[in-house]
Design a protein around this ligand. Structure first.
Ligand code: ADP
Ligand code: MG
Length: 657
C-alpha cells in the first residue's frame, strides 16, 4: 500500500481557506453551485475530447452528475463522470491558485461580502469549506490510477493512491464532511431545491439519490378474469391495429385510454405503499437557447445568465436570436449590470466571455475571435450546427464562418446597447427582436418606428426615465468600453458614437449624447465643442470656458483621460466637426467683421507686449497672440491645431491606458 503524502497549500490558497473556513457568510449554499459547475466543466472536457477520440469514453459513456448522502456520517458527495484528475493534477489544481487577481480578490474578501464572487475568481472549489470541515476528493483520470485528496483546511492536504482501487471508472467524487452548523445540507429536499436554484441550466443530468414513498399496484387475485373479457369484445384485427398505433399516439390519448381502463383495473389490483431509494434526475437539460423565446420567462433568462456568468445579479439586458444566412447559429447575449472587478486589468490579454458550442457541445469559453476586446463584457452563448465538430481551436480560428458570426454578434451586441440607450420599451427589443437575422433595411425601419414612438410622448415618460436610468447604469459600468470601441472599431464607429455620453456645460450633472448636444447647438454654430481636462470640476474652472458659456455655446467636459483620444477619432459627427476649444484654430466667438477688425487693432496695439513674451519664452511657446477667447482672465495657454493637448501629453507621459 502507498503512503499518504503531505503537501502545503500555496500562500494564496492558505489565506483563502482561512477566510472561508472562518466565514460567517450566510449564503454558504453557493458551494453547491461551484461544485456542480466544476463537475460540468469536467464533463465538457470529456465530451470535447471524445469528438476527436471516441475511444476516450471507454466503458463510461454516461456523462452525468450524481449527488448522494450519508445521513449517519453527515456527508454529501458530488460525483461526476468527467475528465478526472491525475495525482499531479490533484496536487496542482486543488493546491494552488494560479489566476491573476487573486490577491485583489482576497483583499476584497477580507473586507466582507464578496464571497458571492468566489466562482468568478477561479477559486470556487474552496467554497466547499464554507460547509465542510473536511473535504475528500477521489478522482480517476484516464491517465492515472485513482487517487484521493484530503484536507481539513489546516494549511495542508494529503494525497494518496486510493486503496479501494479505480472504483470511479472515470471522474471525480467530492465528499463533504459537514460542519456542525451546516448539517442542514444532508437533506435531500434542501439539496434538491438548491440544485434547482443554481444549476438549472447545467447541460448534463444531475441525479439525486433520494428515498421515495411509492404507491404500487399489486395484483389482486380475485379480479383476474375481467380485463380478458374486455379484450374478447374486439376482433383480433382491432387489437393488432391498436398495438401498432400506440407508439405514435400522443400523451393525451394514452391518458384517456388509461382513464377508461381504470375502473376495470381497480377490480384486479390493490395499492400498497413502499419506501424505495432511487436516482432522480432533477434538472431539465434541454439547452435554453434552443427553446422558443415565447416559452422562456424572464426569470429563466436571468437564471441562465447567472449560471453562465457566475454573477449573482440579474443582467441589465439580454438578446436571444437566431442568425440565418451564410451560417446559421443561435445565441443569447447578456449585458451584466455591473462591471467585473478587473475589467481593465490586462485589457489586451483578456479573453471573451462567450461560450461557443457546436451542436450543443461546448467547444471553448475563451474564443477571442467572436467578440472584439471592447465588447468583452458581453456574456452569453453561441451555438451553431454549421461549424465542424472535429477541428482544433486553431483551425476554428481560421474559418471564414467565424468572421461572419463575429460580425453578426457585434451588431447584435451594439443593437442591444442601443436599445437600452434609446429609451424604448424594453419588450420591443427583447421579445420582438427578429427571430431571424435582421437586414439593414429592417434595422432602419426599426429606428424609424422608434422615433415615432418617442413623439407619442408623455404617457411613456415614466418608463423612459426608468430605462434612462438603465442606460446611465450601463454607461457607468461600461462607458469606457464604448469609448474604446470608438477608438478601435472603425467599421462600427458611427453606431458606437451614438452611444457616447459626456457631461457638458448645458448641465454639468447630467450626461448628454452628441445628438442631444446638436439639438441644442446655436444657429451660427457648426462645430461640436469640447474641452478636455483632469476632471469635470477642473475643466469647469478653466478660464477659456467662461466666454463660451457667457455667449451660450455648449461645451462638452471631457474629464476622463480616454475622452479626448476617443473624440479625436470622430473628426466628424453627423457632418459636424468635433473640436477642442483649447486649440488655436477654433474660434467661433466674435467672428463678425466688426469684431475681427477690433481684434486686429488690438493685435497691433499689443504687438510690443506679445513680442516681448515671445522673446522671453521662445523655447517654451510657438507663438504668442492676442485672443478674444477669454472673458476676464488675462492670459491662457493653448495648444496648436496639430499639437498634443495638455491632457494628451499627460496621458502619453503616464501611459494611462
Ligand atoms: P475553476 O473552476 O474556476 O478553475 P475551481 O477552484 O472551482 O476553479 O477549481 C480548480 C480546478 O480544480 C479546476 O480548474 C479543475 O482543474 C479542478 N477541478 C475541480 N473540480 C473538478 C472536477 N470535478 N473534475 C475535474 N477537475 C476538477
Ligand atoms: Mg470552478
Amino acid at each position: 500500500t502507498q503512503s499518504k503524502e503531505e503537501f502545503s497549500f500555496n500562500a494564496d490558497v492558505a489565506r483563502l481557506m482561512d477566510i472561508i473556513i472562518n466565514s460567517l457568510y450566510t449564503k454558504k449554499e453557493v458551494f453547491i453551485r461551484e461544485l456542480i459547475s466544476n463537475a460540468s466543466d469536467a464533463l465538457d472536457k470529456v465530451r470535447f475530447i471524445s469528438l476527436q477520440n471516441p475511444e476516450f469514453m471507454g466503458a463510461y459513456p454516461d456523462l452525468q452528475i450524481m449527488i448522494d448522502f450519508d445521513y449517519d456520517a453527515k456527508t454529501v458527495s458530488i460525483t461526476d463522470t468527467g475528465i478526472g484528475m491525475t495525482k499531479a493534477e490533484l496536487i496542482k489544481n486543488l493546491g494552488t491558485v494560479a489566476k491573476s487577481g487573486t490577491t485583489a480578490f482576497l483583499e476584497a474578501m477580507g473586507k466582507g461580502d464578496s464571497l458571492n464572487l468566489i466562482g468568478q475568481f477561479g477559486v470556487g472549489f474552496y467554497s466547499a469549506f464554507l460547509v465542510a470541515n473536511k473535504v475528500v476528493v477521489a478522482s480517476k483520470s484516464n491517465d492515472d490510477e485513482q487517487h484521493i485528496w484530503t484536507s481539513t483546511a489546516d494549511a495542508k492536504f494529503f494525497v494518496t493512491k486510493d486503496p479501494r482501487g479505480d472504483t470511479l471508472g472515470r471522474g471525480t467524487r467530492v465528499t463533504l464532511h459537514l460542519k456542525d452548523d451546516a448539517v442542514e445540507y444532508v437533506e435531500q429536499d434542501k439539496i434538491k431545491n438548491l440544485v434547482k436554484k443554481y444549476s438549472e441550466f447545467i447541460q448534463y443530468p444531475i441525479k439525486l439519490f433520494v428515498s421515495k414513498e411509492i404507491r404500487k399496484q399489486v395484483e389482486d387475485e380475485e379480479a383476474e378474469a375481467k380485463p380478458a373479457a374486455d379484450d374478447e369484445t374486439k376482433t383480433e384485427e382491432e387489437v393488432k391495429e391498436e398495438e401498432e398505433e400506440k407508439p405514435k399516439e400522443d400523451d393525451a390519448e394514452i391518458k384517456d385510454e388509461g382513464e377508461e381502463k381504470e375502473p376495470a383495473a381497480e377490480k384486479k389490483t390493490k395499492t400498497v405503499t413502499e419506501q424505495v431509494w432511487e436516482w432522480e434526475t432533477i434538472n431539465e437539460i434541454k439547452a435554453i437557447w434552443l427553446r422558443e423565446k415565447s416559452q422562456i420567462t424572464e426569470e429563466e433568462y436571468n437564471g441562465f445568465y447567472k449560471t453562465i456568468s457566475k454573477d449573482h445579479e440579474n443582467p441589465l439586458a439580454y438578446s436571444h436570436f437566431t442568425a440565418e444566412g451564410e451560417i446559421e447559429f443561435k445565441s443569447i447575449l447578456f449585458i451584466p449590470s455591473q462591471a467585473p472587478y478587473d475589467l481593465f486589468e490586462n485589457y489586451y490579454g483578456r479573453s471573451a466571455a462567450l461560450k461557443l458550442y457546436v451542436r450543443r457541445v461546448l467547444i471553448t469559453e475563451e474564443f477571442e475571435e467572436l467578440m472584439p476586446r471592447y465588447l468583452n463584457f458581453i456574456k452569453g452563448v453561441v451555438d451553431s450546427d454549421d461549424l465542424p465538430l472535429n477541428v482544433s481551436r486553431e483551425q476554428l480560428q481560421q474559418l471564414k464562418m467565424i468572421k461572419v458570426m463575429s460580425k453578426k454578434l457585434i451588431r447584435k451586441a451594439i443593437d442591444m446597447i442601443r436599445a437600452l440607450a434609446e429609451e424604448e420599451d424594453e419588450e420591443d427589443d427583447v421579445d420582438d427582436e427578429d427571430d431571424e437575422e435582421t437586414t439593414t433595411e429592417e434595422d432602419e425601419e426599426k429606428s424609424k418606428d422608434d422615433s415615432e414612438e418617442k413623439k407619442e410622448g408623455d404617457e411613456e415618460k415614466k418608463k423612459e426615465e426608468d430605462t434612462d436610468d438603465k442606460y446611465t447604469k450601463f454607461w457607468k459600468a461600461f462607458g469606457k468600453n464604448i469609448k474604446l470601441g470608438v477608438i478601435e472599431d472603425a467599421s462600427n464607429r458611427s453606431k458606437l458614437a451614438k452611444l457616447l455620453r459626456f457631461y457638458s456645460t448645458h448641465d454639468p450633472e447630467t450626461l448628454t449624447s452628441l445628438d442631444e448636444y446638436i439639438s441644442r447647438m446655436k444657429s451660427d454654430q457648426d462645430t461640436i465643442l469640447y474641452l478636455p481636462g483632469d476632471s469635470k470640476e477642473a475643466i469647469l474652472k478653466s478660464p477659456i470656458l467662461k466666454k463660451y458659456q457667457k455667449l451660450g455655446y455648449e461645451v462638452l467636459l471631457l474629464g476622463d483621460p480616454i475622452d479626448e483620444f476617443c473624440v479625436q477619432h470622430l473628426s466628424e459627427y453627423e457632418k459636424r466637426k468635433v473640436k477642442s476649444i483649447a486649440k488655436d484654430d477654433v474660434n467661433i466667438i466674435d467672428n463678425d467683421e466688426v469684431s475681427k477688425k477690433k481684434l486686429q487693432k488690438l493685435k497691433e496695439m499689443y504687438k510690443p507686449l506679445t513680442e516681448w513674451f515671445k522673446q522671453h519664452f521662445s523655447k517654451q511657446v510657438e507663438k504668442v497672440t492676442i485672443s478674444n477667447k477669454l472673458e476676464d482672465d488675462p492670459c491662457f495657454i493653448l495648444t496648436s491645431q496639430y499639437g498634443y493637448s495638455a491632457s494628451m501629453e499627460k496621458i502619453n507621459r503616464a501611459q494611462a491606458f
